[in-house]
Design a protein around this ligand. Structure first.
Ligand code: AHR
Length: 649
């Protein structure tokens, strides 16, 4: 009998292998009375780039692809029938194409066209959609019919629109969808004998983020807001540089009336031949104005990145592919004008444009990155004149330089030494590395020079072998980020990358938020970012075991912060081991008393688990109230877990 019991106990222990309890208790002391370096409000942020259909087809809520007929193949995304011509003398100089729908030659025939959207047009039952079009009819009496059709060609929404002017004019109507359909098409029929000309054909959900026309997809913008980001880096990434200089991101093309914003190809269209998307363009419908506005909406400092005159160095080895140093003036002027656009008085040229677009108050821009991921001697010689010109006009403005695409090596060291020489305020570092690297580098910033420029970890993500957004990657990021917090005197801001990805249109993974035309899912990695973003604190608290920081000791990574404003202590601790760990915190300098606290835990016993559109809550944080008595807190850390404790003082 006893033997059988023993066998049962040992079988249970085996089956609960991941629940084994470590005999050792980690005695962690936190110095509460000696708040350390301030933690910047900008510390945890987000980085938006139009990759993976992040803008058009993603956050930007426009549902019509090639709405102005100005893609190089002017009818890409459209299917025409009957008598349709493309003409090139439309009302918008930068997007000159438009279509003419004319009588098909027989009453029984039809003229019209339909649009495939971005991997379909996604509509929801009973939701309203705003259709708009610039149109004219030669004799001032034309008409069209708008329909939503499903993949079997069933019509499930329909409305008529009279075109009553010979002059170009904007028309709009609201159509209600009678069903939910992820892969609908927008179809337009000519319903008059008279011809109708159409340009800028557009369809937006009425229920957009903050109800704005030309707005953003609500669920995706809400996901950004919920991260509590301190900083918002945009618009890239490689798209800032362009595959060549012609296709670099030019912010001036992204502002002003939306119909006249000049189309640009998206460099991610053809970056990977196995993920080739010939229909990937940037309409700039969500341009710099909308991106500044979004920063404001989500409470983050805007951080634009501008071209330094280098096209993507991965694809341009010939120095002639870049702007010569003595020809940089227009690029430098773009940088100065951008500051005027964001902050300038409404009487200035660019400040007035901002006001005309609906935002007379300044956006309070404080910093800018010059160049994205540049390296070698080409970079410092180009960034130097930018720094001089910007500092001459705006002495307090912060300039971020780059250290290239790798977190170490010859180019990285050279980049950093040059940024020190040029006195850049911050240096942007990028790293996409495996889980082991992330764990081994949690102490990376302990060794950094405290007197030089500050660090902006502008692009990072843990890449497991299968490049999934799995729990393993998220836990390694959580552990690594304790090193950001512990070193808040040198690390001023960080942004995971990339941010968004369309489930059908991705080029790069892992990504923080995935979506299709109707749904979105927050990855496990998202929840790590959110736990940091929601629990920033104001000052670092020294957190040690036997006088040593916990940066991998026995699989434990920990940091702590004080929030002077909320009067809270925030403890972050990752247990990357396979066993339960006991930790006993002592808060030096804290009076013994009863206190309320919350414990938030993100954990999984399956390292490969990820949140998906069909199972969006596979791994999400769980929160519970706990009580802290005295100046001690004893906790048990589940195997493979990240925990955040917030103690009210
Ligand atoms: O985040 C994806 C890409 O990675 C960025 O565009 C680029 O800066 C980096 O190489």
């Amino acid at each position: 009998m006893i033997k059988r019991k023993l066998l049962a106990v040992s079988l249970f222990a085996l089956s609960m292998g991941t629940q084994l309890l470590s005999a050792q208790t980690h005695n962690i002391s936190v110095d509460v009375k000696k708040p350390g370096s301030p933690i910047q409000k900008t510390m945890y942020g987000i980085f938006f780039e139009d990759i993976n259909y992040g803008a058009d087809g993603g956050l930007y809520a426009e549902m019509v692809k090639n709405r102005s007929f100005d893609f190089p193949q002017s009818l890409l995304g459209w299917t025409t029938f009957g008598n349709v011509e493309v003409l090139k003398d439309g009302p918008f100089a930068n997007n000159p194409n438009y279509v003419r729908l004319s009588y098909p030659g027989h009453d029984a025939k039809q003229t019209g066209l339909d649009n495939e959207g971005f991997f379909g047009v996604g509509v929801k039952q009973n939701a309203e959609y705003r259709f708009s079009v610039w149109a004219r009819s030669a004799d001032g009496a034309g008409s069209i019919r708008i329909e939503l059709i499903d993949p079997e060609s069933n019509v499930f929404a329909s409305q008529k629109l009279a075109i009553d002017s010979k002059e170009w004019k904007k028309y709009q109507l609201v159509v209600k969808s009678s069903k939910t359909e992820a892969k609908a098409r927008l179809r337009i029929f000519l319903t008059s004998k008279n011809a109708v000309d159409m340009d800028h054909v557009s369809l937006f959900p009425v229920d957009s983020w903050k109800g704005r026309e030309n707005g953003l997809r609500k669920d995706l913008a809400q996901a950004l807001y919920d991260l509590h980001p301190g900083i918002f880096r945009f618009p890239g990434g490689c798209i800032v540089e362009g595959t060549d200089l012609n296709t670099r991101y030019q912010w001036k093309n992204s502002v002003g009336p939306v119909e006249n914003r000049k189309l640009n190809e998206d460099r991610w269209q053809y970056t990977f031949s196995n993920r080739f998307f010939p229909d990937y363009f940037q309409t700039y419908g969500m341009g710099f104005f909308e991106l500044f506005q979004l920063s404001e909406d989500i409470g983050a400092e805007p951080l634009p990145v501008i071209s330094c005159g280098l096209s993507c160095q991965f694809q341009n080895w010939d120095s002639k592919a870049h702007v010569a140093v003595n020809e940089l003036q227009p690029y430098i002027q773009d940088a100065l004008d951008l500051i005027e656009f964001a902050n300038g008085d409404v009487t200035t040229k660019w400040g007035k444009l901002r006001a005309d677009m609906g935002h007379p108050a300044p956006f309070n821009l404080k910093m800018m990155a010059v160049g994205n991921e540049q390296w070698g001697t080409l970079y410092p010689e180009r960034v130097e004149p930018f720094i001089k010109a910007i500092r001459a006009k705006y002495p307090d403005f912060k300039i971020i330089g780059t250290s290239g695409p790798s977190p170490d090596g010859k180019d990285f060291d050279f980049g950093w030494s040059e940024m020190k020489r040029l006195k850049a305020d911050l240096v942007d570092e990028h790293y996409y590395k495996d889980p082991q690297w992330f764990l081994a580098n949690a102490n990376r910033y302990d060794k950094y020079d405290r007197k030089g420029p500050k660090v902006f970890a502008g692009e990072y993500a843990c890449h497991p072998k299968n490049r999934k957004n799995n729990f393993e990657a998220a836990l390694c990021e959580a552990a690594f980020m304790t090193g950001f917090e512990r070193n808040a005197d040198v690390v001023y801001q960080c942004t995971y990358a990339p941010l968004f990805s369309h489930i059908q249109g991705w080029q790069w993974k892992p990504d923080l938020i995935w979506f299709d035309n109707l749904r979105s899912v927050r990855s496990v990695n998202y929840y790590v970012q959110q736990l940091y973003g929601q629990n920033v604190g104001t000052n670092v608290l020294t957190t040690v075991e036997n006088k040593l920081p916990l940066e991998g000791l026995d699989g434990i990574y920990a940091s702590s912060a004080l929030d002077k404003n909320k009067n809270e202590i925030i403890l972050k601790i990752a247990n990357t081991s396979d066993v339960v760990k006991k930790a006993s915190y002592t808060f030096n300098g804290l009076k013994a008393s009863e206190r309320k606290a919350t414990q938030t835990v993100l954990k999984s016993d399956n390292p490969d688990l990820e949140n998906t559109l069909d199972n969006p809550t596979a791994v999400v944080p769980t929160v519970k109230e706990i009580a802290v008595s005295g100046n001690k807190l004893d906790v048990e850390l589940a195997p493979k877990s990240f925990s955040v404790y917030v103690i009210k003082l």
